[in-house]
Design a protein around this ligand. Sequence first.
Ligand SMILES: Cc1cc2nc3c(=O)[nH]c(=O)nc-3n(C[C@H](O)[C@H](O)[C@H](O)COP(=O)(O)O)c2cc1C
Length: 146
Amino acid sequence: MNNVLIAYATYSGNTKEAAELLADALGAAGCRAELHRIGTERVPDVSRHDALVVGSFTWAEGAVPEEVKDFILDVGYKPPRVFVFGTGDTQFGGDDLFCRAAVKLARFYESPMPPLKIEQSPRGEQEARVARWAGEIASVLREVTA
Ligand SMILES: Cc1cc2nc3c(=O)[nH]c(=O)nc-3n(C[C@H](O)[C@H](O)[C@H](O)COP(=O)(O)O)c2cc1C
Protein backbone atom coordinates (compact mmCIF):
# COMPACT_ATOMS: atom_id res chain seq x y z
CA MET A 1 0.00 0.00 0.00
CA ASN A 2 1.41 3.39 -0.98
CA ASN A 3 2.09 5.77 1.84
CA VAL A 4 1.33 9.46 1.20
CA LEU A 5 2.21 12.45 3.37
CA ILE A 6 -0.20 15.38 2.95
CA ALA A 7 1.45 18.56 4.22
CA TYR A 8 -0.83 21.58 4.16
CA ALA A 9 -0.86 25.20 5.25
CA THR A 10 -4.08 26.89 6.22
CA TYR A 11 -5.10 30.23 7.61
CA SER A 12 -8.89 30.19 7.69
CA GLY A 13 -9.54 26.46 7.25
CA ASN A 14 -10.30 25.86 3.54
CA THR A 15 -7.02 24.11 2.81
CA LYS A 16 -7.39 22.01 5.97
CA GLU A 17 -10.84 20.87 4.77
CA ALA A 18 -9.39 20.03 1.37
CA ALA A 19 -6.50 18.11 2.96
CA GLU A 20 -8.89 16.08 5.10
CA LEU A 21 -11.15 15.30 2.14
CA LEU A 22 -8.11 14.29 0.12
CA ALA A 23 -6.88 12.00 2.91
CA ASP A 24 -10.24 10.21 2.92
CA ALA A 25 -10.27 10.00 -0.87
CA LEU A 26 -6.74 8.61 -1.00
CA GLY A 27 -7.77 6.04 1.61
CA ALA A 28 -10.71 5.04 -0.59
CA ALA A 29 -8.30 4.80 -3.55
CA GLY A 30 -6.11 2.31 -1.66
CA CYS A 31 -3.37 4.55 -0.20
CA ARG A 32 -2.40 5.24 3.38
CA ALA A 33 -2.50 9.02 3.97
CA GLU A 34 -0.95 10.93 6.86
CA LEU A 35 -1.77 14.59 7.51
CA HIS A 36 0.74 17.24 8.60
CA ARG A 37 -0.26 20.83 9.26
CA ILE A 38 2.68 22.98 8.21
CA GLY A 39 4.02 25.28 10.90
CA THR A 40 2.45 23.55 13.87
CA GLU A 41 4.43 20.37 14.40
CA ARG A 42 7.90 19.01 13.77
CA VAL A 43 8.47 18.41 10.06
CA PRO A 44 8.01 14.68 9.36
CA ASP A 45 10.63 12.59 7.58
CA VAL A 46 9.38 12.89 4.00
CA SER A 47 11.73 10.16 2.75
CA ARG A 48 9.67 7.58 4.67
CA HIS A 49 6.72 8.19 2.32
CA ASP A 50 6.13 7.10 -1.28
CA ALA A 51 4.78 10.54 -2.18
CA LEU A 52 4.36 14.02 -0.79
CA VAL A 53 1.23 16.12 -1.35
CA VAL A 54 1.60 19.83 -0.60
CA GLY A 55 -1.54 21.91 -0.06
CA SER A 56 -1.40 25.68 0.12
CA PHE A 57 -3.60 28.71 0.04
CA THR A 58 -2.45 31.69 -2.06
CA TRP A 59 -1.52 34.95 -0.47
CA ALA A 60 -0.96 38.57 -1.50
CA GLU A 61 -1.15 38.67 -5.32
CA GLY A 62 -0.21 35.11 -6.03
CA ALA A 63 2.35 34.59 -3.27
CA VAL A 64 3.34 31.30 -1.67
CA PRO A 65 2.88 31.66 2.13
CA GLU A 66 6.10 32.05 4.12
CA GLU A 67 5.38 28.95 6.23
CA VAL A 68 5.21 26.86 3.06
CA LYS A 69 8.60 28.23 1.93
CA ASP A 70 10.01 27.38 5.37
CA PHE A 71 8.59 23.86 5.09
CA ILE A 72 10.28 23.39 1.70
CA LEU A 73 13.59 24.50 3.21
CA ASP A 74 13.12 22.27 6.26
CA VAL A 75 12.46 19.23 4.04
CA GLY A 76 15.77 20.13 2.43
CA TYR A 77 15.50 18.22 -0.84
CA LYS A 78 13.07 17.76 -3.73
CA PRO A 79 11.31 14.42 -3.26
CA PRO A 80 10.71 12.59 -6.55
CA ARG A 81 6.90 12.42 -6.39
CA VAL A 82 5.21 15.62 -5.22
CA PHE A 83 1.58 16.49 -5.97
CA VAL A 84 0.17 19.94 -5.23
CA PHE A 85 -3.27 21.28 -4.50
CA GLY A 86 -4.35 24.77 -3.55
CA THR A 87 -7.34 26.71 -2.41
CA GLY A 88 -7.85 30.24 -3.60
CA ASP A 89 -10.41 32.82 -4.54
CA THR A 90 -11.08 33.95 -8.11
CA GLN A 91 -12.13 37.36 -6.78
CA PHE A 92 -8.47 38.13 -6.08
CA GLY A 93 -7.55 38.73 -9.70
CA GLY A 94 -8.87 36.18 -12.16
CA ASP A 95 -7.23 33.20 -13.80
CA ASP A 96 -3.63 34.30 -13.56
CA LEU A 97 -3.59 34.78 -9.78
CA PHE A 98 -6.11 32.06 -8.88
CA CYS A 99 -4.32 29.41 -6.80
CA ARG A 100 -1.06 30.81 -8.10
CA ALA A 101 0.86 29.40 -5.11
CA ALA A 102 -0.16 25.86 -6.12
CA VAL A 103 0.92 26.50 -9.71
CA LYS A 104 4.33 27.79 -8.55
CA LEU A 105 4.83 24.86 -6.18
CA ALA A 106 3.90 22.25 -8.79
CA ARG A 107 6.39 23.82 -11.19
CA PHE A 108 9.11 23.96 -8.52
CA TYR A 109 8.64 20.27 -7.70
CA GLU A 110 8.21 19.22 -11.34
CA SER A 111 5.04 17.48 -10.31
CA PRO A 112 3.86 14.58 -12.49
CA MET A 113 0.31 15.99 -12.42
CA PRO A 114 -1.18 19.48 -12.83
CA PRO A 115 -2.10 21.11 -9.50
CA LEU A 116 -5.66 20.79 -8.22
CA LYS A 117 -7.19 24.25 -7.81
CA ILE A 118 -10.10 24.62 -5.40
CA GLU A 119 -12.29 27.69 -5.06
CA GLN A 120 -12.47 28.40 -1.32
CA SER A 121 -14.09 25.48 0.57
CA PRO A 122 -13.97 22.12 -1.21
CA ARG A 123 -17.33 21.04 0.25
CA GLY A 124 -20.20 20.49 -2.15
CA GLU A 125 -19.74 20.18 -5.89
CA GLN A 126 -15.92 20.33 -5.71
CA GLU A 127 -15.71 17.16 -3.58
CA ALA A 128 -15.96 14.97 -6.68
CA ARG A 129 -12.92 16.74 -8.20
CA VAL A 130 -10.90 16.04 -5.05
CA ALA A 131 -11.91 12.36 -5.24
CA ARG A 132 -10.95 12.15 -8.94
CA TRP A 133 -7.60 13.82 -8.29
CA ALA A 134 -6.91 11.35 -5.46
CA GLY A 135 -7.69 8.48 -7.82
CA GLU A 136 -5.20 9.85 -10.36
CA ILE A 137 -2.49 10.11 -7.69
CA ALA A 138 -3.17 6.51 -6.66
CA SER A 139 -2.81 5.29 -10.23
CA VAL A 140 0.44 7.26 -10.82
CA LEU A 141 1.84 5.70 -7.64
CA ARG A 142 0.73 2.21 -8.61
CA GLU A 143 2.65 2.60 -11.88
CA VAL A 144 5.88 3.95 -10.40
CA THR A 145 6.05 1.69 -7.37
CA ALA A 146 4.84 -1.53 -9.05
C1 LIG B 1 -4.86 39.08 1.71
C2 LIG B 1 -5.33 37.92 0.87
C3 LIG B 1 -4.79 37.74 -0.40
C4 LIG B 1 -5.21 36.68 -1.21
N1 LIG B 1 -4.67 36.54 -2.46
C5 LIG B 1 -5.11 35.53 -3.26
C6 LIG B 1 -4.58 35.35 -4.58
O1 LIG B 1 -3.71 36.10 -5.06
N2 LIG B 1 -5.03 34.31 -5.33
C7 LIG B 1 -6.00 33.45 -4.86
O2 LIG B 1 -6.39 32.52 -5.60
N3 LIG B 1 -6.52 33.59 -3.62
C8 LIG B 1 -6.11 34.60 -2.81
N4 LIG B 1 -6.64 34.75 -1.54
C9 LIG B 1 -7.71 33.82 -1.11
C10 LIG B 1 -7.22 32.65 -0.26
O3 LIG B 1 -6.13 31.97 -0.87
C11 LIG B 1 -8.37 31.65 -0.07
O4 LIG B 1 -9.40 32.27 0.68
C12 LIG B 1 -7.94 30.36 0.56
O5 LIG B 1 -8.98 29.40 0.42
C13 LIG B 1 -7.61 30.50 2.03
O6 LIG B 1 -7.18 29.26 2.51
P1 LIG B 1 -7.31 28.84 4.03
O7 LIG B 1 -8.79 28.94 4.43
O8 LIG B 1 -6.82 27.43 4.08
O9 LIG B 1 -6.47 29.77 4.83
C14 LIG B 1 -6.21 35.79 -0.73
C15 LIG B 1 -6.75 35.98 0.56
C16 LIG B 1 -6.33 37.03 1.35
C17 LIG B 1 -6.95 37.20 2.72
